[in-house]
Ligand binder design. Structure first.
Ligand code: AP5
Ligand code: MG
Ligand code: ZN
Length: 227
């Protein structure tokens, strides 16, 4: 890992449909560059688990594969972004997802004298995403993500990162909900590719390649962003 003293605080957006690899790659970038992964999906799942008011409102929407309201998501994101560790730079995973969220993010960044350094679009074939998502599972101890076929732990059933043995699957990771999540992506989120292209910060990555190949491409882009 770079020691963080010789690199700029870069703020990155990872765009891509469900299963594109946003979470997988964000965790790897967090380790390599010391940036903070900020996943609104993870923050919402934590709110559902904690039974907060926002979590109660979000639960059914997430299980249906629809987008949670901008109001709830922006409030959650704003709170997290204000925590001190985010000053070294963030990797936004799954946010923004609507034009309203992108505009709110621009305002938040302007308020703190920052900006979006790069928006990276993970480009994939929809057809491959159901297989990626239905094979996914996650370590309950540390959150490391795995896949039945594409990313298996060295010892079956034991997390490589923390040694934990409890693995969980997400409530919304079933074929039916994935279809709706893909529809929501194309209708509401895909237009953000043009939004960031128009600002001159867009990079496109072929995310059909294997995990390590995608990671290498992202490393090159992020190394430039923090230089
Ligand atoms: P969220 O948690 O963001 O889910 P998502 O966008 O549907 O994306 P995923 O987490 O499913 O996919 P990923 O791209 O992270 O893929 P991963 O790296 O895990 O959102 C969930 C819900 O919360 C939404 O539906 C919505 O209701 C709500 N929500 C969240 N944010 C919101 C917002 N901003 N506004 C409104 N609502 C919001 O990879 C998938 C699997 O594939 C893994 O098993 C992995 O090991 C494997 N894999 C990864 N890369 C590769 C590769 N290159 N080759 C082979 N396998 C791979
Ligand atoms: Mg994810
Ligand atoms: Zn673990």
């Amino acid at each position: 890992m770079m020691d963080g003293t010789d690199q700029k605080a870069a703020n990155l957006v990872l765009l891509g449909p469900p299963g594109a690899g946003k979470g997988t790659q964000a965790r790897m970038l967090e380790e390599s560059f010391g940036l903070v992964q900020l996943s609104t999906g993870d923050l919402l799942r934590a709110a559902v688990k904690a039974g907060t008011e926002a979590g109660r409102q979000a639960k059914a929407v997430m299980e249906a594969g629809d987008l949670v309201s901008d109001e709830i998501v922006i409030a959650i994101l704003r709170d997290r972004l204000g925590e001190p560790d985010c000053a070294k730079g963030v990797i936004l995973d799954g946010f923004p997802r609507t034009t309203g969220q992108a505009e709110a993010l621009d305002r938040l960044m302007t308020e703190t004298g920052q900006g979006i350094t790069a928006a990276i679009s993970l480009e994939v074939d929809d057809n491959a995403m159901v297989a990626r998502i239905s094979g996914r599972y996650t370590c309950a101890g540390c959150g490391e993500g795995y896949h039945d076929t594409f990313k298996t732990p060295a010892t079956p059933g034991t997390c490589d990162k923390c040694g934990g043995t409890e693995m969980t699957r997400r409530a919304d990771d079933n074929a039916e909900t994935v279809e709706q999540r893909l529809r929501a992506y194309h209708a509401q989120t895909a237009p953000l590719i043009d939004y960031y292209d128009g600002k001159g910060v867009l990079a496109r990555v072929d995310a059909m390649a294997d995990i390590d190949t995608v990671a290498q491409e992202l490393n090159t882009i992020v190394a430039q962003a923090v230089a």
